[in-house]
Ligand binder design. Structure first.
Ligand code: NAP
Length: 329
């Protein structure tokens, strides 16, 4: 039987988006030598974004993947280590906590920051992914600015769809909300605001069938429930606002989650398990911005540092451990 590789660390950070990498930067500067188990491919939602214009400090904007690379470089400079792997199982019932990885064996950590983020739901249209960044988006705050005087379609009947549509009226000439039922799910106040807005129109009881366009979005194909007829709504933008799914499957049963799967926290970053902290979209379904996720990553690292200061030193190392298998960039 081959012996499984075991890596012992004081702090493991799971996830490598803005939250995880900011936690890594702060923890590394506090000499905690954090190990970032970044996921494969890693980097989070920013790696799927084109230009980011609202991250402070970049007046000319920056490409999402480049911003992530800079985060990573900055954390590595102060000693953060990286394991490009997925966490496939956890045991958080006692310390050190155990994190099982896909290909690098087991990581034992005295403290863990969970920053695995969330993923926007997509409509699974034939041309949706091909036109992402070319008119298809799931984030009005990120991309709305690029749609000045354009016609935009927003899909969804919840609060996010109303909020995205209202936000997009700042730029668009017209915003059409498409919803699959006759009734909206959104809270009455947001519905009222959207319905009262002169630039917003509604098309209800329809399915979105596809998005049309070569190098840019040109129209949204819909099917009406009643007649079954299909038609194309001319539009240069398609914003999908049908919800997000937190990446928490692996923590199910180990951490307290809410009914939608987001990690429940108290005092901002503390989870239901002492010594496990959460940062970013994995619990914050409200703001979901790179900068707010980074801020929460900072808070989680500071909380982890305090926790480790107070923690019993005998839990620091296990006999026979190997150093991290993949170190550095
Ligand atoms: P949500 O409430 O789950 O709404 C998702 C919407 O997308 C629903 O109308 C749903 O239709 C539709 N949908 C889901 N899957 C679809 C599919 N495959 N095709 C077409 N339509 C689909 O999600 P959310 O709007 O992102 O809100 C998430 C949570 O955050 C909610 O609790 C919300 O109240 C909260 N939130 C609050 C605010 C605020 O208070 N300002 C702002 C944003 C979000 P059905 O209605 O038919 O299910």
């Amino acid at each position: 039987m081959t012996e499984e590789s075991v890596t012992a660390v004081r702090l493991a950070i799971v996830g490598s988006g803005p939250a995880g990498l900011t936690a890594a930067l702060y923890a590394a500067r506090a000499n905690l030598e954090p190990l970032v188990i970044g996921g494969v491919p890693g980097g989070g939602q920013l790696t799927l974004t084109s230009e980011v214009e609202n991250y402070p400090g970049f007046p000319d904007g920056i490409q999402g993947p480049e911003l992530i690379e800079l985060f990573r470089k900055q954390a590595a400079k102060f000693g953060a280590r990286f394991m490009d792997d997925n966490v496939t199982g956890v045991d958080l019932t006692h310390r050190p906590f155990t994190l099982r990885t896909g290909t690098n064996g087991i990581v034992r950590a005295r403290c863990v920051v969970v920053a695995t983020g969330a993923n926007a739901r997509w409509l699974e249209l034939p041309n949706e992914q091909r036109l992402r960044g070319k008119g298809v988006s799931a984030c009005a705050t990120c991309d709305g600015f690029f749609f000045k005087n354009r016609e935009i379609v927003v899909v969804g009947g919840g609060d996010s769809a109303m909020e995205e549509a209202l936000f997009l009226t700042k730029f668009a000439s017209r915003v059409t909300i498409l919803h699959r039922r006759g009734q909206l799910r959104a809270s009455p106040i947001l519905q009222q605001r959207a319905r009262a807005h002169p630039k917003i129109g509604f098309v209800l009881d329809v399915d979105v069938v596809d998005v049309r366009g070569g190098e840019a979005v040109e129209g949204i194909v819909i099917r009406e429930h009643g007649s079954g007829a299909t038609r194309t709504i001319p539009a240069q933008g398609l914003f999908v606002a049908i919800g997000h799914d937190p990446a928490t499957q692996v923590f199910r049963g180990a951490l307290e989650l809410d009914d939608r799967g987001y990690i429940k926290t108290r005092e901002i970053t503390r989870t239901s398990v002492d010594g496990v902290f959460a940062a970013g979209d994995v619990y914050d379904h409200r703001y979901r911005q790179a900068v707010s996720a980074a801020g929460l990553g900072c808070m989680a690292a500071l909380d982890a540092e305090k926790f480790l200061e107070a923690d019993a030193p005998e839990a620091t190392s296990a006999p026979g451990v190997t150093p991290p298998v993949r170190v550095g960039l």
